[in-house]
Ligand binder design. Sequence first.
Ligand SMILES: [Zn+2]
Length: 134
Amino acid sequence: MRLHRFQHHSSAAAIIKQFFLVPDENGKAPSTMLKKIRKKGYWAYVDVPNEESEECIVHFWHRADAPIERVATMIAHELGHIADGGPHPELGQGEEDRADEYAQATSETFSLLLHLGLINLIPPKVASIKIQID
Ligand SMILES: [Zn+2]
């Protein structure tokens, strides 16, 4: 695994803003991506080293009520991209398949731990009651 750190973004808009600091993003409109990401409720990508830094950064965002298993699986996918000295764009779809194997391993691990009763995947409740303080 390459040297890396994580950046947890506070909003979908914040992670999109960071993402589009990097040029060459296939001409995707930020507003279109933002809508998709908000609808999904979680998203991540990995910045790879450049002239300025040898470090990879896994950027991620999720709604407070996003299923934690999905969040972990998404992060594992991004870590898969930087495993074995990656990313390896020369692999084409193989690069995505490799990352998906990391995600699959994480998903299976969550399933096992859930089955054993070692974790509880009930998502945190989003505030649904209002408390009035006089
Ligand atoms: Zn990927």
